[in-house]
Design a protein around this ligand. Sequence first.
Ligand code: OAD
Length: 294
Amino acid sequence: MRIPIPTELTKGQYLGNEEYIPKLMNIPYEESIESASNTILSASYVIALVGAGLSAESGIPTFRGKGGLWMKNGEPGPNQYKTFLKDPKSWWINNINEKFDPERTKFRKAIDNSKPNKGHRALSKMEFVGILKHQITQNVDGLHYIAGSRNVTEIHGSRHQMRCIDCETRIPRQNIEMLLEKHPSSEKIKLLPPTCNECGGIIKPDTVMFGESIPNSVLEECMNQASKSDCILVIGTSATVYPAASIPQKIKNNGGKIIELNPSTTSLSKMADIIIRGQTSHTIPDLTQKLGLQ
Ligand code: OAD
């Protein structure tokens, strides 16, 4: 079965084979770790798809679980990007107003105060020894890099960057913040939306909005990694947002294996070959230990 890969950020759900879950759920934890380790060692190109669960233990709330960012005020609608394009100035005025959306402000502060946890560090170790070739992360917090990982694609962008919507040039978020801080409130509004020094295009946060296409270069890299992979670790994600959620499906369709690491069942569990239940600050270090990494 060919699965079309959407380029825009959309919500969806894939319904796989229900029979897999009960079968895999009965396997004891130690056995799952061992069979994941064996599968990883016999694969030729292991990658990971990462979600908010990995950073939960760094104090950053997830999106859909208890206390999740979208649970209080609801998930942004599919027209989030269209709304931005219609009136980027108003969007920016709200964006720099911390009181406009207190939940969003809390989320941003949690990211800014966060540090990598044992899960991030264990992934970085796996990359360092050459076992893990690439991480496609939906997280915008940059913690993979702080933990030492280098082969990372941030499919939903980065909180630490801004991006031109026309030429994809990225600049550090701090540059825009510093520029705005220099000006009194009345002047600030005239500077919004910020524009690109390269092409004059409108600047927006690098984080991808619902209804916005994943930047071409980013999606290409993800698909390139997926096409090389014969084993994917699906870590701390509900796997409900596309195109990211289609990546494990693509690998499975090509005959590859899916190893899910998540305390809960997800829409992808039905397709998984191995399921490791638990918090990733425990499960990933347990896996690296089994792989012989100290
Ligand atoms: P979700 O909030 O949808 O899912 C988080 C997942 O993490 C759930 O499956 C939890 O069971 C799991 N989880 C919770 N605590 C965990 C822990 N300690 N260890 C491991 N897993 C744990 O987050 P994502 O799947 O990342 O996009 O969401 C995908 C995208 O939806 C996000 O990137 C974001 C959002 O809309 C944008 O905003 C662009």
